[in-house]
Write a protein that binds this ligand. Sequence first.
Ligand code: NDP
Ligand code: 8X3
Length: 251
Amino acid sequence: MRKIALITGATSGIGEGCARRFAAGGYNVIITGRNQSKLDALKAELERDGTQVLTLTFDVRDRKACEAAVAQIPEPWRTIDVLVNNAGLALGLEPEYEGNQDDWETMIDTNIKGLLYMTRLIVPAMVERNHGHVINIGSVAGDAAYAGGNVYCATKAAVKAITDGLRIDVAQTAVRVTNIKPGLVETNFSNVRFHGDNERAANVYKGVKPLTGADIADVAFYAASVPEHVQIAEVLVLATHQANGTVIARK
Ligand code: NDP
Ligand code: 8X3
């Protein structure tokens, strides 16, 4: 029987990569996001290769919408083996004293609260079955703040604490908990961060070969594929010419 992975933010970047990687690795996938047409297109593509796909369209910031979406998962899909909490974003790169407070709230509501809502909804059944894996997409940004990163970095530091806390709370079970902390990954991330300024977004990756969503998906799939007694607790994944959140050797 194929295992089931639920991936949030599967309409783009790392989440889309995870949907493809888990499908290719023999999972059926529940793909979630806000853009129904993108989810439908990905579903059609994955189904052509024999994967069963369920789409759920909702905003992870909306707790009631998360609850309603999870409540509507049909019975055969309810034994979720892997939850990839990926949906997230950065907005802006202003100094904290000039930051846009709406952007702060969006980042906190998505990256922290949305991740918590999904964890709270999915993990009880994993604990009950004594089986499951939560993979949170943190960031190198959670290791140390960088200029203008302030609130985004804080949300990813929170992902680390929340991941570590969950790992403690389920230690008596066989549920595994992983924090993957990517560095520079070329996705829609910087276009979103700079509110659609594509030129500024492209500059983020200038002179360095960045990671791809597929690279991070490979790491997530590996973490889910190791023997049951092995728990990949945390992985920092950087581009080869990136040393940490601030040091990047560009050509
Ligand atoms: P993308 O912008 O390409 O993808 C983000 C995904 O999250 C999209 O599917 C987006 O959907 C979804 N999403 C955002 N907000 C919500 C919401 N409120 N409800 C539901 N879905 C939402 O960026 P990435 O793939 O790069 O980002 C994925 C994760 O990886 C994020 O948590 C990010 O912080 C993290 N990360 C990214 C790095 C990078 O350099 N790219 C490095 C380290 C971590 P929609 O199209 O509807 O907005
Ligand atoms: C995304 C990586 O360095 O832009 O989390 O914050 S970074």
